[in-house]
Write a protein that binds this ligand. Structure first.
Ligand code: ATP
Ligand code: MG
Length: 221
């Protein structure tokens, strides 16, 4: 399969259900434009996370098609997919290694300086510098003292470091205070080259988006 260039993402009449359950997404047609920040908002259970999971191809739609740059998503090879998308959720997986190496997995040849830049965008750098071993601190030494917000910011630092053309963010600031959220939203706004899809409950998060999609029971309302 040839590599493809990233472009607009288009959903055409997409429906999806988990197992034999009721449909979770129903005849969804919408576009995400290259280089834009789009927000997705909607009640709990309306299908926001499910939509991102379909974009990541954890599941395929049962009906309809998802296309990137007019190529069907299901026909794009997985290594191209991995380069195109960075996906941040509330479940961050960390490895038994240093903070530096935990961020570096997003770009293996990154310099320490690039890693620090990414951590600044994720509002994590100042906290790392308070640790006795700084970027060399083993995650295992922090263990359970690592807060939900710190883990979330590590995931964001990975996304900033990655060269993914599209960043999918599922409630990326849910565990963060207003100050940290503000720094991160500003950094996201400065990612002019990237396509960003931002799912959030919070209206405050939506101030940086160009367009808001309201989801209600698996449909765009
Ligand atoms: P929230 O704001 O609470 O994160 P959401 O809009 O992200 O909600 P989804 O997580 O997409 O909602 O879930 C939509 C519906 O699909 C819910 O009714 C949920 O219970 C159901 N669902 C989600 N994941 C699964 C799964 N793996 N198997 C079966 N049903 C699921
Ligand atoms: Mg969700």
């Amino acid at each position: 399969q040839p590599e493809i260039d990233f472009g607009n993402i288009q959903l055409q009449d997409v429906s999806f259900a988990y197992e034999d359950d009721d449909p979770i997404l129903q005849n969804l047609s919408l576009d995400f434009y290259k280089g834009e920040i789009t927000g997705i908002i909607g009640k709990s259970g309306s299908g926001k996370s499910t939509l991102l999971k379909l974009l990541m191809r954890f599941y395929d739609p049962h009906c309809g098609v998802i296309q990137i740059n007019e190529r069907e998503l299901s026909k794009i090879n997985t290594s191209s997919m991995r380069h195109m998308f960075a996906y941040v959720t509330q479940e961050t997986v960390l490895f038994h290694d240093t903070i530096e190496n935990n961020i570096r997995i997003a770009k293996l040849d990154a310099s320490l300086q690039e890693i620090q830049e990414a951590c600044k965008k994720a509002s994590l750098h100042d906290w790392i510098m308070t640790l006795p071993e700084g970027y060399q601190t083993p995650i295992s030494e922090l263990g359970s003292s690592l807060s939900g917000g710190e883990k979330q910011r590590m995931a964001l630092a990975r996304a900033f470091l990655s060269q993914a053309e599209c960043i999918l963010l599922d409630e990326p600031t849910s565990n963060l205070d207003v100050l940290n959220e503000g720094i991160i939203l500003k950094a996201l706004q400065n990612e002019k080259e990237r396509t960003i899809i931002l799912v959030s409950h919070r209206e405050s998060t939506m101030k940086i988006v160009k367009r808001v999609i309201h989801m209600d029971q698996g449909r765009v309302s």
